[in-house]
Design a protein around this ligand. Structure first.
Ligand SMILES: CC(C)(COP(=O)(O)OP(=O)(O)OC[C@H]1O[C@@H](n2cnc3c(N)ncnc32)[C@H](O)[C@@H]1OP(=O)(O)O)[C@@H](O)C(=O)NCCC(=O)NCCSC(=O)CCC(=O)O
Length: 562
C-alpha cells in the first residue's frame, strides 16, 4: 500500500492504546474510529485541526472538571469529595474575591466578600484543609487565579510537601494569565512588567522541576464573557499565548520544554457550529505558529490543549430550567471540537453559586454526552462537513486579520503570513506580539474592541434580530422556584477568627525575615519561587506576601478612558 495520510493515521492508531469499551452505535452498527479521504488531514496529524490524537476519545475521554469553591476550605473540601465520588475526573478550585485580589480575610477591603464567590484561602493551613483526603499526586487540580497565582501555587506546593507528596510529579493547571486580566477580567495586582517577571519565574521553575504541571491556562473565556465575538476570543487568546511563548524564549528556556506547559481555556457559547469551528481553528493556528515562528519541534510543544466552560453569559434568570438545555448543547460543541477538559455550568449560576442538586445535574450532563450519545466513538466526526470546514477557515481568517492589527499596534511591519520574518524577529528578541499586546492594553484597544462587539450584539437583541428564549421571545412561563445556595456570613467571622489564631501561633520573626528575603530576591534577577515557598512554609499569609510585593512594585491603575 502506498503511504498516504490515511495509512499514516492507521499505523499510528494501531500503535495506540484504546479504551476497553463498546464503540458500536446504539443499534449495534460498527463505526470506524475516524473518517476521511486518502489525502485529507486525519486526527493526530499536523496541524491538528482534527484533534491531537489518532484515537480521539477512544484513547481517553475528556476530563470532567467542575469548577467549584465556596465558603471555607472545609466546605469546599466536602464538595470536592462529592464531585470525585460521583465521577468527576479532576478538581478545579474557585477562590473568593479577596483571595483573587491577594487580600486576607481580615483585610477591611475583604469585608462582606469572604467565601462568597469561591473558597477563602489565607495561608498554607487553609490549603491543607482544602485538599484533605485528596491525593494531590494522583488527582490533577486546576486553580483559577491570576493576579496572586504564584504565591497561591507556592501554598499548594507546601501543602503537597506536608502531605508527603513528591512535588516533582504534580500535574495540574494554574491560570496565571495576566494579559486577559488587563483585557477583560480586571483582577491584577501590579503593572504588566512585575507580573510577567513572576510568570517567567514560574515557567522556569515548572519547566525545570515540575515537568507535567501547566503553569498557564491562557484564557479566552473571560474575553468572550465580556462580550467579544468568537473570532476576537480566538485571536486575543492565541496572541496572549504567543506573548507567553516570547516570554519563555526571552528567559532562555527551550520551547520544546516549556510549550507543553501552556494550556488554553475557551468559552463554549450557544452558536453550535461557530464554536466547533473556533476550537478546530485554534489547534491549527497554534500548531503552525509554534512550529514555524517559534521553532517547536515536538508534537507536544505544538499541541493546543484546552479546557472549555459552557457560556455563563448565555444562561438566563428567566425560565432557568432552560439553562440545562443550553449547557448541554454548548458542552456538545466543546466535545465535537475536541476539548481536553470540560466544565458544564449549573442551571442556577446566574442567580447564585450552584446548589448541590444543580451541580449534580451539570455533572450528569457531561456524563450523558460521554456515556450515552456515541459521540466519543469517532474522532472529529464533523471533519469534512462543507459547512464546518468553511466556517473553520473563515474564523481562522478573521483571527489572522486581528493578529495583523496586534502586530501593527506593536510597531511591527510584519503580518501573520510573514512566518520566516516573524521567526527571525523572535530569534532577535524583538517580541513582536508582546509589544502589540502591551500597547493594546495601554491604549485600551482590546477593551474598546470588546465593548463594540458587545454593543452590536445588545442592539441586535433589542431589535429582536438575535433571540433568547424567555428573554426577548417565548416569555410566558409558569414560575419556577429554585433552591438557592447562600453562604452564611458566619463563614467570614469564623475565617477571620481562625486567621487571628493562626497568626498568633506562628513565629513572627521567621515570617518577617522570609518576607524581607523574598523582597530582596525580587530586586535581583534570581528566580523568586524558592523565597516565596520559604515564606509560605513559615505560614506567611497571602495578603502579607502580596502586600510586601505591592509595597515594592506599586499597584496598577488602569489608564482613564472616555
Ligand atoms: C491540558 C488541560 C486543558 C487538560 O488536562 P487534563 O490532565 O485534564 O487532560 P489531558 O492533558 O488532555 O489528558 C491527560 C493525559 O492523557 C493523555 N491523553 C488524552 N487523550 C489521549 C488519547 N486519546 N490518547 C493518548 N493519550 C491521551 C494526555 O496526553 C495526558 O497525558 P500527558 O500529560 O502525559 O500528555 C489542563 O490545562 C486543564 O486541566 N485545564 C483546566 C483548566 C480549568 O479547569 N480552568 C477553570 C477555569 S474556571 C474560570 O476561569 C472561571 C470562570 C468564571 O466562571 O468566572
Amino acid at each position: 500500500m502506498t503511504e498516504n495520510a490515511r495509512s499514516r493515521w492507521q499505523a499510528r492508531y494501531d500503535a495506540s492504546r484504546v479504551r476497553e469499551a463498546d464503540f458500536t452505535t446504539l443499534s449495534g452498527m460498527e463505526v470506524a474510529p475516524a473518517y476521511g479521504t486518502d489525502d485529507s488531514e486525519w486526527p493526530g496529524q499536523f496541524p491538528f485541526t482534527r484533534g491531537l490524537y489518532p484515537t480521539g476519545y477512544r484513547g481517553r475521554t475528556w476530563t470532567i472538571r467542575q469548577f467549584a469553591g465556596f465558603g471555607n476550605a472545609q466546605q469546599t473540601n466536602e464538595r470536592y469529595h462529592m464531585i470525585l465520588g460521583r465521577g468527576g475526573g479532576g478538581l478545579s478550585v474557585a477562590f473568593d474575591m479577596p483571595t483573587l485580589m491577594g487580600r486576607d480575610s481580615d483585610d477591611p477591603k475583604s469585608l462582606g466578600e469572604v467565601g462568597h464567590c469561591g473558597v477563602a484561602i489565607d495561608s498554607v493551613a487553609d490549603m491543607e484543609v482544602l485538599f484533605d483526603g485528596i491525593d494531590l499526586g494522583a488527582v490533577t487540580t486546576s486553580m483559577t487565579i491570576s493576579g496572586p497565582a504564584v504565591p497561591v501555587f507556592c501554598m499548594m506546593l507546601v501543602a503537597a510537601e506536608r502531605a508527603g507528596v513528591d512535588t516533582g510529579v504534580l500535574n495540574g493547571t494554574l491560570q496565571t494569565d495576566i494579559f486577559k486580566e488587563y483585557i477583560a477580567q480586571k483582577e491584577w495586582l501590579f503593572g504588566p512588567e512585575p507580573h510577567l517577571r513572576l510568570i517567567g519565574d514560574l515557567m522556569e521553575h515548572c519547566a525545570e522541576r515540575i515537568p507535567d504541571y501547566k503553569p498557564l491556562s491562557v484564557s479566552g473565556y473571560h474575553i468572550r464573557e465580556a462580550g467579544s465575538t468568537a473570532a476576537q476570543e480566538l485571536a486575543f487568546t492565541l496572541a496572549d499565548g504567543f506573548g507567553y511563548v516570547e516570554l519563555g524564549l526571552s528567559r532562555g528556556l527551550d520551547v520544546d520544554t516549556f510549550a507543553p506547559g501552556l494550556s488554553f481555556f475557551f468559552d463554549a457559547h450557544v452558536d453550535f457550529f461557530e464554536e466547533i469551528a473556533k476550537f478546530r481553528a485554534a489547534r491549527r493556528i497554534w500548531a503552525r505558529w509554534l512550529r514555524d515562528v517559534y521553532g517547536a519541534e515536538t508534537e507536544k510543544a505544538q499541541w493546543l490543549r484546552f479546557h472549555t466552560q459552557t457560556a455563563g453569559v448565555s444562561l438566563t434568570a428567566q425560565q432557568p430550567y432552560n439553562n440545562v438545555v443550553r449547557t448541554g448543547i454548548e458542552a456538545l460543541s466543546a466535545v465535537l471540537g475536541g476539548t481536553n477538559s470540560l466544565h458544564t455550568n449549573a442551571l442556577d449560576e446566574t442567580l447564585a453559586l450552584p446548589s448541590e442538586q444543580a451541580a449534580e445535574i451539570a455533572l450528569r450532563t457531561q456524563q450523558v454526552i460521554m456515556e450515552e450519545t456515541g459521540v466519543v466513538n469517532v474522532a472529529d466526526p464533523l471533519g469534512g462537513s462543507w459547512y464546518v470546514e468553511a466556517l473553520t477557515d473563515q474564523i481562522e481568517a478573521e483571527a489572522n486579520a486581528i493578529f495583523d492589527r496586534i502586530l501593527a499596534l506593536g510597531g511591527s511591519p510584519l503580518t501573520h503570513g510573514d512566518t520566516e520574518a516573524l521567526a527571525e524577529a523572535t530569534r532577535n528578541g524583538e517580541d513582536p506580539v508582546t509589544r502589540g499586546l502591551l500597547r493594546g492594553i495601554e491604549d485600551g484597544w482590546f477593551m474598546s474592541e470588546i465593548a463594540e462587539a458587545a454593543f452590536t450584539y445588545q442592539v441586535a437583541l433589542e431589535k429582536g434580530e438575535k433571540r433568547i428564549v424567555g428573554v426577548n421571545c417565548h416569555e410566558h412561563s409558569v414560575t419556577h422556584d429554585l433552591e438557592i445556595l447562600r453562604v452564611s456570613h458566619e463563614v467570614e467571622t469564623e475565617q477571620v477568627r481562625l486567621l487571628a489564631e493562626r497568626k498568633a501561633g506562628r513565629d513572627q520573626a521567621a515570617v518577617d525575615a522570609a518576607l524581607a528575603r523574598m523582597v530582596e530576591v525580587g530586586r535581583t534577577e534570581d528566580n523568586m519561587i524558592e523565597a516565596m515557598l520559604d515564606a509560605c512554609r513559615v505560614e506567611a499569609t497571602l495578603g502579607e506576601i502580596c502586600d510586601a510585593l505591592r509595597a515594592e512594585w506599586g499597584e496598577y491603575r488602569e489608564p482613564a478612558r472616555f
